[in-house]
Design a protein around this ligand. Sequence first.
Ligand SMILES: NC(=O)c1ccc[n+]([C@@H]2O[C@H](COP(=O)([O-])OP(=O)(O)OC[C@H]3O[C@@H](n4cnc5c(N)ncnc54)[C@H](O)[C@@H]3O)[C@@H](O)[C@H]2O)c1
Ligand SMILES: [Fe+2]
Length: 382
Amino acid sequence: MANRIILNAISYHGKGAIEHIIPEVKQRFFKKAFICTDPGLVEHKVINKITDLLDEAELAYEIYSNVKPNPTIENVQTGVQAFKDSGADYIIAVGGGSSMDTAKAVGIIVANPEFSDVVSLEGLAPTRNPTVPIITVPTTAGTGSEVTAYYVITDVERGRKFVCVDANAMSIIAVVDPDMMSSMPRGLTAATGMDALTHAIEGLITKSAWDMSDMLHIKAIELIAKSLRGAVNNEPEGREGMALAQYLAGMGFSNVGLGLVHGMAHPLGATYDTPHGVANAIILPTVMRYNADYSGEKYREIARAFGVPDVEKMHQEEYRRVAIECVAQLSKDVGIPQSLHGIAKEEDLDFLAESAFQDVCTAGNPRETSVYEIRELYKSLL
Ligand SMILES: NC(=O)c1ccc[n+]([C@@H]2O[C@H](COP(=O)([O-])OP(=O)(O)OC[C@H]3O[C@@H](n4cnc5c(N)ncnc54)[C@H](O)[C@@H]3O)[C@@H](O)[C@H]2O)c1
Ligand SMILES: [Fe+2]
């Protein structure tokens, strides 16, 4: 079977990338922007970097900021109404995965109103029309949502997060400017960076991986290994490395899928509001161990990308152990908690395991799994 790659039509990378927004808007004759963001970014004036540009160019916009981390169906539905009321003709999503995912869901529903219940978008949604044009400006370095066909919404009533995969939801222009990320505090930088690492590792070993996605994921791991510690200390090279790395990982996994780490992280986000990157980072080394025998030579590539010398000479058991150790050490160095103790509760394990088993991402895991085995994995992390 042939492999398919879908990416943004245009993307800008590096310091000063946001300067390209205005010429793009003018060239497309867009009239009014619906800025989809969250309250923290308004409060901390991160959003002003974009609104200042629009003000200067005398371009109209309206700000929608009813987005919470792990965004909900309600966030999407009030967003759809606000978009309609605003008279806007395009969206600028400014924020982390939560703002960008909400923007995608809003844009898709405005263009395909038959999905206004939101839940019917789960999985591969058969939408007919492309989203309202979206320009994405990530302010975290993790999700890669600016280049993925994915968006993740929380169904509060059923206590689950659901993953939607839809090429029609792609943002046309991604603006990946490390300066938009420099205001992130240490903990957020660490968590979102570990999300990106999880994308790269899961995307590398997922069932549908192939040469082109491997190339992207290996480069992403190499950059994260080099850059995340510096980014946590707000060093410019670290920020730049992470901005690019998380985008490369997004380019890859969006086209091939993820695995059980994401499958297990989503129920934690839905049940306890655990930040997505923290959930992934805690689970990652354990699931890497679980998947090791189903990963061929890929863990050798991971160890090499982390800069481990002489990986060629290592036997299988050794390079697999070393790859997992490198990931666990990085997670520790950037201050991620090392267990789910105090996060997940033993009495919820049946529900969590069932929910993780049903998650869209779990299907991409290289090792076939079961509710029982997932429950055991959660339990080992308590
Ligand atoms: N679409 C995808 O492909 C994809 C992939 C992975 C995860 N996700 C989803 O993305 C969401 C997580 O997104 P996230 O980790 O980027 O965080 P987020 O968008 O949830 O933001 C978390 C917090 O960080 C703050 N913040 C963001 N940028 C900041 C900055 N520059 N300075 C100061 N504060 C800042 C926000 O105000 C918010 O309070 C989850 O719902 C997850 O499931 C989506
Ligand atoms: Fe993720």
